[in-house]
Design a binder for this molecule. Structure first.
Ligand SMILES: *[C@@H]1O[C@H](CO)[C@@H](O)[C@H](O)[C@H]1NC(C)=O
Ligand SMILES: *[C@@H]1O[C@H](CO)[C@@H](O)[C@H](O)[C@H]1NC(C)=O
Ligand SMILES: *[C@@H]1O[C@H](CO)[C@@H](O)[C@H](O)[C@H]1NC(C)=O
Ligand SMILES: *[C@@H]1O[C@H](CO)[C@@H](O)[C@H](O)[C@H]1NC(C)=O
Ligand SMILES: *[C@@H]1O[C@H](CO)[C@@H](O)[C@H](O)[C@H]1NC(C)=O
Ligand SMILES: *[C@@H]1O[C@H](CO)[C@@H](O)[C@H](O)[C@H]1NC(C)=O
Ligand SMILES: *[C@@H]1O[C@H](CO)[C@@H](O)[C@H](O)[C@H]1NC(C)=O
Ligand SMILES: *[C@@H]1O[C@H](CO)[C@@H](O)[C@H](O)[C@H]1NC(C)=O
Ligand SMILES: *[C@@H]1O[C@H](CO)[C@@H](O)[C@H](O)[C@H]1NC(C)=O
Ligand SMILES: *[C@@H]1O[C@H](CO)[C@@H](O)[C@H](O)[C@H]1NC(C)=O
Length: 546
């Protein structure tokens, strides 16, 4: 951290790159992280409401404010430490803790407001609706940010404010302990990787800091469950998610950096980061600047067009230009996640030392055609571990997973973010074409091979259908798509037990058959079964670059 701070200070005099290169082994992590810190803060500065000591909502919703982004911004202000940055950071922290929920008997105790103008959660007019009027994961997001501030910048935070933050962290840990998957509409199981890793950490850290052995023990016990799940095949349960793999890597960095060897988190954190990056590196195609599918939870279909937290980590590893980030990140889909950048930048000098060399080079150059097989497991939703297969070639990648679950749309029960079968290809203009199976079933069997993808619904019947969401063509490509021949950059043959006739419809921003998904417009290619068919629904796609 010391390095980034020095670098941030020197940047004012244009010496940052020099200072960075001198101290880091692997070229440019310091200066890349500093770029990310400054660029994100310059964007967030524009949203800062100096009168209130909060950020305005990044969605500019009639000048309301937002808690979580404010706290991420405050961490960045401490890292930048320019002009009155520290003073504003302290104001934000005090404001946010002032609004923290204080009634111990309520399910949302110790959580933080979504926005300061909100009515009192739990009143008749503002019922407590988990993930809506209150978000249980914000304990983890805000709690971990407070820990980063206390660990990295204690010299900047007045003693009384530090005590107030610890009191806040104590309450948030108690409140977080109310969370039990399957109880009170909550879904926090160890397999819900990103918040579960944060929970174990905050409990373990606060327990040690305040000498509360019960909290320390609870953190270790939860960490053990997460680790057991991870070491089964060295994968996160919430597998390969541009957004949430990023959060999990952030939280695992806290395990590795701030927990000693006497903690399981300290012991395993570093290896879990190495394994997670190894898997991401194998699935990454540097020509397409995308991690191949399947994606358990994705907020977009092309990383060049939506802002993923993983891409911010890549920015600190290989620089903005080599990462899947647009030159104007705030114009991308899901752009509000750009607000987490300060945390990624602050931790990069440590985190990046754990990224394997092979992974780092695969972020810059696609190695050669290869296949990846692995698995991930999310009890209690999975009956068996999900089996993942991907085939990656220079300009075409195909990745899918077999699963047997008791829900549709993955553990988050969200077909918009669960993408169990995906193909992506390079188009002549350098843009990326994509196709994703829309999740409609609890069980899927997949075969992925050279240029092919075969999908079977083992429990399907003649009413089943396969819907493929296909990205719109490039800037100069055909605006209208009636069949596969109109899809730019790829030739597709379809066979199987499905009816060879298919329908194509459009979901757009301003019209068509339905709405966009994750801000992306798409063509919906749907195959049904022949009437009265007794066959198992199966479809095979053969791809060739065009
Ligand atoms: C913590 O919770 C207690 C109730 O258990 C409450 O009195 C106190 O104000 C809370 N502290 C903060 C910082 O919210
Ligand atoms: C110990 O911690 C657990 C989990 O955080 C909590 O449920 C329990 O109430 C705590 N017990 C005491 C005595 O603090
Ligand atoms: C690091 O430096 C080497 C040699 O100058 C260069 O080839 C490589 O691309 C650089 N790596 C990054 C991440 O910029
Ligand atoms: C990368 O390679 C360098 C030089 O071979 C080595 O010193 C370093 O430890 C490696 N880093 C990792 C994370 O494996
Ligand atoms: C994944 O493969 C394992 C080992 O072959 C098998 O036991 C399991 O049932 C498979 N999972 C699914 C969902 O098919
Ligand atoms: C991949 O696509 C690029 C850009 O269209 C092209 O230059 C290159 O030759 C292609 N590579 C292969 C192996 O097809
Ligand atoms: C197919 O299965 C679904 C759900 O399992 C069921 O609702 C439907 O009636 C079945 N259709 C036929 C034609 O058997
Ligand atoms: C496809 O649909 C057309 C028009 O509805 C019909 O004439 C044709 O027989 C169908 N083909 C098959 C293979 O079902
Ligand atoms: C795709 O089209 C089919 C057939 O019209 C429809 O049933 C389905 O709901 C559509 N899927 C999406 C995600 O819009
Ligand atoms: C599609 O089928 C045609 C005719 O059989 C064949 O010539 C072509 O190579 C196939 N393309 C793919 C991508 O399999």
């Amino acid at each position: 951290m010391h390095l980034l701070r020095t670098c941030a200070a020197l940047a004012l005099y244009g010496q940052c790159a020099f200072a960075g290169r001198e101290v880091v082994k692997r070229n440019d992590t310091e200066s890349f992280a500093t770029d990310l810190l400054h660029e994100s803060l310059e964007w967030l500065d524009r949203y800062y409401d100096n009168e209130r000591g909060y950020l305005f909502s990044l969605d500019a919703a009639a000048l309301t404010h937002e808690t979580r982004a404010s706290v991420w911004y405050a961490a960045g202000l401490l890292a930048r430490n320019d002009a009155d940055d520290v003073e504003q950071a302290v104001r934000i922290v005090n404001n946010v803790i002032g609004g923290q929920f204080k009634t111990e008997s309520e399910q949302w105790f110790g959580d933080y407001q979504i926005y300061p103008e909100e009515p009192t959660v739990g009143t008749e007019q503002y019922p407590p609706v988990i993930y809506n009027s209150w978000d249980p994961n914000w304990r983890g997001f805000i709690g971990t940010t407070f820990v980063v501030m206390l660990e990295e910048f204690p010299h900047l935070i007045p003693q009384d404010v530090q005590s107030y933050m610890l009191e806040s962290l104590y309450n948030t840990t108690i409140g977080d302990s109310y969370r039990v998957g399957g109880v009170d509409d909550d879904n926090l199981y160890p397999a819900y990787s990103n918040p579960s890793i944060m929970r174990a950490f905050v409990s373990g850290w606060v327990g040690r800091r305040l000498s509360d052995s019960n909290m320390t023990t609870a953190g270790e016990a939860y960490a053990k469950e997460i680790i057991d799940l991870f070491t089964r095949d060295n994968t996160l349960s919430e597998f390969n998610s541009g957004t949430y793999a990023g959060v999990s890597l952030f939280a695992l960095t806290l395990w590795a950096k701030y927990m000693d060897e006497d903690s399981l988190m300290g012991q395993y954190g570093g290896d879990m980061i190495r394994h997670t990056w190894t898997s991401l590196g194998e699935l990454y195609n540097a020509n397409l600047k995308n991690v191949a599918g399947p994606w358990d939870r994705s907020y977009g279909f092309d990383m060049n067009k939506y802002l993923s937290i993983l891409a911010l980590q890549m920015w600190t590893l290989v620089g903005k230009e080599n990462a899947p980030v647009n030159s104007k990140p705030y114009a991308m889909g899901h752009k509000n996640d750009f607000a987490i950048s300060p945390l990624i930048a602050i931790l990069a000098p440590f985190h990046n030392t754990l990224v394997p060399n092979t992974t780092l080079s695969s972020l810059l150059a696609f190695p050669s055609t290869h296949k990846v097989t692995t698995s991930a497991f999310s009890p209690p939703y999975d009956t068996y571990p999900r089996n993942i297969t991907a085939w990656l070639s220079p300009n075409l990648t195909i990745g899918a997973e077999s699963f047997a679950e008791n829900v549709i749309g993955g553990p988050a029960k969200n077909p918009s973010s669960f993408n169990p079968a995906v193909a992506q290809w390079a188009r002549q203009d350098g843009s990326v074409g994509w196709l994703s199976l829309y999740a409609q079933v609890q069980e899927l069997d997949v075969t992925v091979g050279e240029g092919m993808l075969e999908l079977t619904y083992p429990k399907g019947n003649s009413s089943s259908g396969f819907s493929f969401l296909v990205g719109t063509n490039g800037w100069s490509g055909k605006r209208d798509v009636r069949g596969w021949d109109d899809v730019e950059g790829v030739k597709v043959n379809v066979s199987g037990t499905v009816d060879a006739n298919y329908t194509v419809s459009f979901n757009g921003m301003r019209g068509g058959a339905g709405e966009t998904i994750n801000d992306f417009e798409f063509w919906n290619f749907t195959y049904g079964m022949p009437e009265g068919s007794r066959e198992i629904p199966r479809v095979r796609l053969d791809f060739e670059l065009a």
